[in-house]
Design a protein around this ligand. Sequence first.
Ligand code: SAM
Length: 629
Amino acid sequence: MAKNKPRTTRSTKGKVANNYRHPESESLMRPDVGTQAQFKKKLPPKKYRYDDSLSPSLEWDGQNPARERGEALIREILDAKAIEEAKAAASKLKAMSKPFLNWAGKAERLSFEVPTLPLFVHERLSTKAILETLKGHRRDKQIDMFDLFGDPQHPIYEQVLRAYEHKDKWVNRMILGDSLVVMNSLLQYEGLGGQVQMIYVDPPYGVKFGSNFQPFVRKRDVDHGDDDDMTREPEMVQAYRDTWQLGLHSYLSYMRDRLLICRELLAPGGSIFVQISDENLHHIRELMDEVFGKGNFIALIAFKKTGFASDDELSTTHDFLVWFAKSKERMKFQPVFGARELTPEELGFYEYIELPNGDRRLLNREEKALGSQIRNNGRPFARNPMISPGWQDSLGFEVEFEGRRFRPPLNRHWATTEDGIERLRRANRLAIKGNTLRYVRYFDDFPFQPLGTVWNDTGVGGFVGDERLYVVQTDTRVVQRCLLMTTEPGDLVLDPTCGSGTTAYCAEQWGRRWITIDCSRVPLALARQRLLTATYPWYKLKEDARGPVGGLEYQGRQNQKGEEVGGIVPHIKLEDIAKNEPSKEEILVDHPEVDNKITRITGPFYSRSDYTNAYGLGDRWHRRLGNVS
Ligand SMILES: C[S@@+](CC[C@H](N)C(=O)[O-])C[C@H]1O[C@@H](n2cnc3c(N)ncnc32)[C@H](O)[C@@H]1O
């Protein structure tokens, strides 16, 4: 039987419960907790360097290095043996004259060091294994149970000897620890550099430094600076003490260090999204310009947040996503389309209607006020211009239509040839507007639109939002769109700010592999629960045996009214009709085919790995905790 074909775990509704696996992906074998003492493969701390050409006024040695550096670059240009060498030095020289963002702590550090620590697996979880255990079906089949947990079942001696050398099957992961240390470990121990297709970062926004975390599972309101709301966890104390000591200055260093490591992890076609509010948006954009390069900026997205802050002046209704590619030229991207609403305003454009008997007429004011409902009466259409700017040449011919003669105005020509216009005529796609001949564009030629940079339909809670589990939870629609635009099934997604696990949840839903990190046990506990109890549609796989990486299945389908309801929809355009070519098709990536007989549950995952107690680091942190409590 193919690996992803449903095994018979029946839910109460008689459906089969199953999860996706990723049989073609591997990761290096990781050691289990308990083997720390025997673990001998220690690695030295890793030093990361910033691009020093970005801070011309660095003055850590008391001289004027900017001038020295400028002179050195001029020498490089003069001595260059090849034009490329000279160009590279000249562009560095040019960069020195640009304005740059500076803060306390930046000038002193051209590099930073991160301890390189192994990650030990604490807990393996699998919804399917839990269901099987509850039903008692497989008590006698221990081997299968291990498999359901994604447990490779390596004996201890093998783990100690072969950890981080031998390949294992892929298992998604939730990791406890500081994102900097964990991401460094993923790079240095696990070789994940250049492997992550998308990173979603929802960091503390860098305001109210005392209330950046939710300290208790059941308490969602956190007061800024209130002692009762102070965390008791060692990792969090570290975060409070060291990370935010200098307020915004510390925050900028905190973000820059992590962004730099994110860049190392990103695949050549990868993307990173940073979620932020308007207070520090400008700083984050500048930091990302520095780390990823201005040329790799893709978009700034404003999305509606839950509730709004009512200031003295305008109320703040949106948060932001700053989107950069590792490399704009190589970025993986597929558009996400949403249904286009036919508003009364849009009907000012689609002002004509074709009735079921074929008659065509202008819509009246009452009909326009109906908005989308007008589609029950017929097919609204616009009369689009059919001319293009430029010399007429052979495209300035005369066209006769309904007893009138038309030519393009001077310095304009028809958008298609005489044959093309004849085809449009036969397809009943010509109409007159005033003194001009136009092309009939039905609203239903393509009733969808690609996402823009303002998303107004988001916001956790309320009637349409997700249930709110965590004080700073992101709406799944926000993460889902980023994920669908920039990744394919089977790709690896990372969120170093797990919180309640929204990114892991979305990645699991769409068949992507995931790793998520948080320095607090509180959000990790919420995320763990959320994933264990989640159900998703079973999107049909093109190749069951390969898992999601083989692709999801999409089909074109219409409902009784003739509306497109499948994942492949025609996109009818003038040029295709005019050239007698079949219309193009678009894929609605969020509408794959669903098998309703299967309830999908979260696949096995390591619900906690961490580096505490590796080389005594955890102990040191625990002692620090003693100092504050
Ligand atoms: C704004 S929340 C993320 C919320 C998430 N988007 C969601 O939907 O639930 C930020 C999270 O980052 C975590 N965090 C902050 N600093 C961290 C660090 N240095 N390393 C790891 N996690 C960190 C916090 O514990 C917090 O849970």
